[in-house]
Design a binder for this molecule. Structure first.
Ligand code: NAP
Length: 448
């Protein structure tokens, strides 16, 4: 079996495949990068050390004798769907949602308006992002969105380099954060505190920042906590989480700001109407909003301009089409039923499966991918007999990669990067790991 993508969804799919004994399987987990773990490595904020610990359990799965990690292989460029049909009985696509959603307002492409995904990639040391990509010379920054990613980027901007010293942030990125001139981060939520998408643990982390005042306006959180609505079990769960957020925000709003050097200001009922500026971003025009009688978001027509030298758009992630694989451009996911890929007519595409964000959209926490991947693997195992019968003779993957001249890497190569990063942390006297940054650093290590 082939798994494309070594983030949590892909690795959990490998786990579900190798945990069962009914159908003997060998799994190749492939990734474009020489480093596994996807968003656990390049998405989870560096100061979320506990969540980063998920990598330890993913590591045990990759080290299973029937699982092999193959890095440096880009689906679509190095290997096509037709190639994989020659090398594997089935493919699970677990490529995630790697690009940002758009806000759809004028000015969003001005220099200085950037996708939070870019900023996250930068501080997580993603090799595709240049070190010079961010110079934090703006005093005021607007972060648009009220999800967990928005809280992550606001928190990283509000922390001092000293607070981040023991994280795995690449040293040049830490130096850039140390030189940051950012003093105020405005966080815009287009709906109210009961509708915000962030979760309580992340909100607690933000509110507990030691070096920044987090400013919550009391009048914005003085609302009826039952206004979120009742309903089925799912909605009740959402309502419970929303009420916890509201309680935390209210408690916080009652506190006096301490006059700390940095501030994060939360603005609810505030949607960006346009990004201001001519040559580059100078601010954001924000329209006040409310919910109408049907619970839909409506503008009030009242606007204010917030000054900002940088705008971080954190309004969600979207999947990108995979060459030769069906794609739903509206939902930005691969159409599927119980993990089986469906074509434009809704028929099952034999041998193709999906797991994770490319299957269900960019929602849920890391653990959500475990049950999601397991459900996909159940469908795959039901089909296993027919898949084997359809392709009795397979070509070894290495043979095909060699034929194509694809210089791939393996798990031992990853361990070399892993060790180099741990050594760097010792040399710099910084935590357990300091990430290498950039393709050149990986190449130097792997080719040297
Ligand atoms: P998200 O949870 O979908 O939040 C997106 C936010 O952007 C929402 O507040 C949304 O508001 C807002 N938004 C969307 N379009 C907008 C527009 N045009 N103008 C203004 N605001 C707009 O996305 P995310 O923060 O990128 O997170 C993605 C997933 O990763 C989530 O499941 C998240 O929980 C998860 N994650 C988890 C952690 C963690 O557990 N520590 C950390 C990071 C990410 P509406 O609600 O009004 O649409």
């Amino acid at each position: 079996m082939a798994v494309i993508g070594s983030g949590p969804a892909g690795v959990y799919a490998a786990d579900a495949l190798t945990r069962q004994r009914r159908v003997p399987v060998r799994v190749d987990v492939m990734d474009r990068l020489p480093t596994p773990y996807g968003l656990v490595r390049y998405g989870v904020a560096p100061d979320h050390v506990k969540i980063k610990g998920v990598a330890r359990s993913l590591r045990r799965i990759l080290e299973h004798p029937d699982v092999r990690f193959v890095g440096g292989v880009e689906f679509g460029a190095d290997l096509t769907r037709a190639d994989l049909a020659r090398t594997h009985h089935a493919v699970v696509y677990a490529t995630g949602a790697s690009v940002d959603r758009r806000m759809g307002v004028p000015g969003e492409d001005l220099p200085g308006s950037v996708a939070a995904t870019d900023f996250v990639n930068w501080y997580c040391g993603h090799p595709d992002t240049e070190l010079e990509r961010f110079v934090l010379d703006a005093e005021e920054v607007v972060v648009v969105g009220a999800g967990n990613v928005a809280l992550d980027v606001a928190r990283i901007l509000a922390k001092t380099a000293d607070e981040l010293r023991h994280t795995d942030i690449p040293q040049p990125v830490l130096d850039a954060l140390a030189a940051s001139r950012v003093r105020t981060v405005h966080l815009l939520s287009r709906r109210g505190p009961l509708q915000a998408r962030f979760t309580a643990p992340e909100l607690r982390d933000l509110l507990a920042l030691p070096g920044a005042d987090v400013v919550v306006r009391p009048e914005q959180v003085d609302i009826d906590p039952t206004a979120v609505g009742a309903g089925g079990p799912e909605l009740r769960e959402v309502a419970r989480a929303a009420r916890t957020n509201l309680r935390l925000l209210r408690e916080h709003a009652a506190r006096e700001p301490r006059g700390r050097p940095r501030a994060v200001r939360l603005h609810f009922w505030a949607r960006p109407q346009r990004v201001l500026g001519t040559d580059r971003v100078s601010g954001v025009r924000v329209e006040s909003t409310r919910l109408d009688a049907e619970g839909r978001l409506a503008g009030t027509g009242h606007t204010t301009d917030l000054p900002a030298g940088m705008v971080l758009r954190s309004v969600g992630y979207a999947g990108v089409p995979l060459p030769g694989v069906p794609f739903d451009p509206e939902r930005r996911t691969v159409p599927q039923e119980r993990g089986r890929v469906l074509d434009a007519e809704g028929r099952v595409v034999g041998g193709d499966y999906v797991a994770g964000w490319i299957k269900r959209g960019a929602t849920g926490v890391i653990g959500t991918n475990k049950s999601d991947a397991a459900a996909t693997v159940r469908s795959l195992l039901e089909d296993a007999g027919a898949l084997r019968a359809a392709a009795p003779d397979l070509v070894p993957l290495e043979e095909l990669l060699d034929e194509r001249g694809v210089a791939h890497s393996d798990y031992r190569d990853w361990l070399r990067i892993d060790t180099a990063e741990a050594e760097q942390a010792v040399q710099l006297d910084r935590g357990e790991r300091v990430k290498l940054h950039g393709w050149a650093a990986y190449r130097r290590l792997l080719e040297g």
